[in-house]
Design a protein around this ligand. Structure first.
Ligand code: GAP
Length: 440
């Protein structure tokens, strides 16, 4: 992957590639598209799953101090009353009196000029606009039936704290992790899947003894930066930025953002927040449940403090796409290649019979059967082999396995490396071993 360079063209190229190759589509495309809402196609759904699986593996599978959760998306107003979202989860909304355009005041380049029609001093006073989607449960609309779509997955971890503590036999420091959809009625969604109204988050709440909070905050800032680097995002396209005092959320006593150098500048991938005892205290006061941990050594109850690394799955996927995008000239031809870490790559292997002839197909199917249980593999027998290689380069497939007429004689296949384009002739009975040395 290349050095950090904000390239304004790269965004268009990535968006086009996403549509052309079945990675991300505009939602409801056949009806003209539903603004700022996206569907993940055959390739994109594999990739998004890989991003989430990589996070889950690091945060849950490889640790004995973190357990998983899959909480509901709908929740009653009491949860959001306690969390502070009903009162505080707002953005400052202004209307242009000339063109009726609506904007987030804090995102205007010039707060006196409308970016849509150019009118000056045409904005209304800013008013607090709550970002939560509200709906109603059951057939009767009205008071007592209101429910909200969660704007973050985090609250599920706090409302289930007591049950998880009782059932998982964990004690602080320990964490609860969750991956899932969140919804925010963003005033100005945009930049492709960077800011959408429906998106996926990967959040973990780490419950610690109060006197260890600062230490664990530093620990998680470093761990989370390293996660992106380990998965192939170049160091010089990442930074950790501590929030200024006036940027802090209503619950946070310290937050640092992991930021990626997007084509338009630095943007947040993940926030690591030191939330103190805010969440458990609030839910305890509002629900009447005791949300404390009894420390048998100290002989006392305390409310654990919380360190929260909160990442966007869909937003991170976009960063992985941009960081992996590369172009090079090969034999006077432009080759586009996504240089993904194999863990992120949608397909790990493509099985490509040189011809559709019946003589080759059975052997090609045998090769597909050899690899399919272990790795996500594509099987593609249409078009000439050069075009098929280019297609797999654009999907970021690390290895192409080609079955040709000689394969029938020598029981060997050609394995092509995505990055070097070098080819090895490998006997079929050694193929799985060869790939195992190179793929997760
Ligand atoms: N529980 C804390 C929390 O939700 P956040 O910074 O608001 O913190 C965490 O969100 C992450 O979720 C962000 O860093 C971003 O990656 C992702 N995210 C937030 N709003 C988003 C949106 N409208 N579209 C896509 N991703 C979003």
């Amino acid at each position: 992957m290349g050095a950090a360079k904000p390239d304004s063209e790269i965004m268009d190229k990535v968006v086009n590639l996403c549509k052309r190759r079945g990675i991300i589509f505009q939602s409801a495309d056949i009806y003209g598209g539903f603004r700022s809402t996206y569907d993940y196609g055959p390739i994109g759904s594999l990739m998004l799953r890989n991003v989430k699986d990589a996070w889950w593996k690091t945060m849950v599978q490889l640790r004995h101090d973190i357990v998983g959760l899959d909480a509901s998306i709908l929740s009653p107003p009491a949860v959001w009353e306690a969390s502070g979202h009903l009162e505080n989860f707002t953005d400052p909304l202004v209307d242009c009196k000339e063109c009726n355009g609506r904007f987030r005041e804090d995102q205007l380049e010039d707060p006196s000029t409308c970016p849509a029609c150019g009118a000056t001093n045409s904005f209304t006073e800013a008013r607090a606009f709550n970002l939560m989607f509200k709906t109603h449960a059951g057939p009767v609309e009205g008071a007592g039936h209101a429910v909200y779509l969660r704007p973050e997955t985090a609250q599920g971890m706090f409302t289930n704290f007591k049950l998880v503590l009782e059932t998982s036999r964990k004690k602080p420091p320990f964490g609860i992790a969750q991956v899932g959809k969140s919804f925010r009625n963003e005033i100005t969604p945009g930049n492709f899947v960077f800011r959408t109204r429906e998106f996926e988050q990967m959040e973990m709440e780490y419950f610690v003894p109060p006197d260890q909070a600062d230490m664990w905050y530093e620990y998680w800032c470093e761990e989370r930066m390293n996660w992106y680097i380990d998965l192939g995002i170049p160091k010089d396209q990442l930074r950790l930025r501590p929030h200024d005092q006036d940027e802090l959320s209503h619950y946070s006593s310290g937050t640092s953002d992991v930021e990626f150098l997007f084509p338009w500048g630095w943007g947040e991938l993940e926030g690591v927040a030191n939330r103190g005892d805010y969440d458990l205290r609030q839910h305890s006061e509002h629900s009447g449940e005791k949300l404390t941990y009894f420390d048998p050594e100290l002989g006392e109850h305390y409310i654990p403090h919380v360190i929260e690394p909160a990442a966007g799955a869909t937003r991170s996927m976009m960063a992985f796409l941009i960081a992996a995008y590369d172009e090079e000239t090969v034999n006077d031809d432009l080759r586009t290649v996504l240089r993904f870490d194999p863990r992120i790559a949608p397909y790990k292997i493509a099985v490509l019979p040189l011809s559709k002839k019946e003589t080759i197909t059975p052997l090609a199917n045998q090769v597909f059967d050899l690899v399919k249980g272990r790795w996500m593999a594509d099987y593609d027998e249409t078009q000439n082999i050069g075009k098929r290689y280019r297609r797999q380069d654009e999907l970021g497939t690390p290895y192409c396995v080609t079955i040709d007429f000689d394969s029938l004689e020598d029981q060997a296949v050609t394995v092509r490396d995505r990055d070097t384009m070098e080819q090895d002739r490998i006997s079929i009975d050694r193929l799985v071993e060869y790939l195992s040395d190179r793929l997760p």
